[in-house]
Ligand binder design. Structure first.
Ligand SMILES: [Zn+2]
Length: 330
């Protein structure tokens, strides 16, 4: 649902019939290049070529855009970690073509087999490409809540992806995880450990991070954003996210961070790109609630300080509305 609204917003300039404070909105921010190039890796299904973030830890950084045909639905980070025994893949990507393209990149840097594929949550761009990994005999892992929400909506998510990605989506099927965990799962990759950790409610059900202590890296998943505006979905628990953030902080503060969206960075950057924004929005909505204001007032919150963030035009007003609708009942 949330993603289809996002796609529609990109296409029709405004989802809210002009009721929102969207003055100066560009006609089509994505096509106009406001959110970066449409594709950075022609010849590959991937949006960009993987980079080595730390020894043996790689990430193909996704477009900080809504999913489009041009970016192949590669709008989150697809990572892999190489140990002596084999490789852990983090995220399936939006479709099987992306997973297969990532596999080509893995083969180009190691002859070790892929041992596991883990999904950062239950969203399409974490889960749908898992059908490729399953076809390769690779076990798929997710946090329990992520697996549950994916199972509920999988066919709708698949249809939506195919509408955007057209023939690139061919061959992608619904494939549910083989293994789930609640709080933590430790994988031994041979000389390198991957700790799959759930810090608590955050951006979407089943959000988990992967800590690689030997490389001082944390693959944060959708706990952490920068460059683009974090989307608030109907099932985003912003109060819970701020609590979980403090647990995340303890693990992430001194590590290299591969966020869910945006390139590798440090804690201060994702703190500004995630927690500070969520706190700002909640504080502004609280003021409106205290003054018996309306949903319309929430849409009109001045978020112009975040105008430089990618996806601002699609998400700012909608995020404020979502926070208002949940905080009314907190
Ligand atoms: Zn994401």
């Amino acid at each position: 649902m949330a993603r289809s609204i996002l796609a529609a917003c990109a296409a029709i300039a405004s989802c809210f019939g002009g009721a929102l404070a969207q003055d100066g909105r560009p006609e089509n921010p994505v096509a106009e290049g406001l959110y970066g190039p449409l594709d950075m890796y022609p010849g590959s299904a991937l949006y960009s070529k993987p980079i080595e973030v730390a020894p043996g830890v790689w990430s193909a950084i996704g477009a900080t855009q809504p999913a489009t045909y041009e970016n192949g639905g590669h709008n989150n980070n697809l990572s892999f970690v190489i140990g002596d025994n084999g490789v852990l893949v983090v995220n399936g990507g939006s479709n099987a073509a992306l997973a297969e393209a990532l596999h080509d990149e893995i083969r180009a840097v190691t002859d070790k087999p892929v041992l596991y594929a883990a999904a950062e949550n239950g969203q399409g761009h974490a889960m749908l490409g898992m059908s490729y990994w399953k076809s390769q005999g690779v076990p798929v892992i997710a946090q329990t809540d992520g697996a549950d929400v994916f199972a509920e909506d999988a066919y709708e998510i698949l249809d939506r992806m195919k509408t955007v990605n057209k023939e690139v989506g061919d061959g992608t099927e619904v494939a549910e995880p083989d293994q789930t965990f609640d709080e933590e799962l430790v994988l031994d990759l041979g000389g390198v450990t991957a700790q799959l950790v759930m810090f608590g409610p955050a951006h979407s059900p089943g959000d988990m991070s992967v800590i690689v202590p030997e490389r001082n890296v944390i693959i944060a998943g959708d706990m952490a954003f920068h460059v683009r505006m974090p989307p608030i979905f109907e099932d985003t628990d912003t109060a819970g996210w701020l609590e979980s953030w403090e647990l995340f902080r303890e693990e992430a503060e001194d590590r290299i961070i591969i966020p869910g969206h945006g390139g590798p960075t440090d804690f201060a950057t994702v703190d500004a790109g995630t927690r500070v924004y969520v706190e700002f929005l909640r504080a502004e909505v609280q003021k409106i609630l205290d003054a018996d204001g309306t949903l319309q007032d929430a849409y009109e919150i001045d978020q112009s300080q975040y105008k430089h963030w990618h996806t601002y035009w699609e998400l700012a007003a909608r995020n404020a509305g979502r926070v208002f609708e949940t905080m009314e009942f907190e």
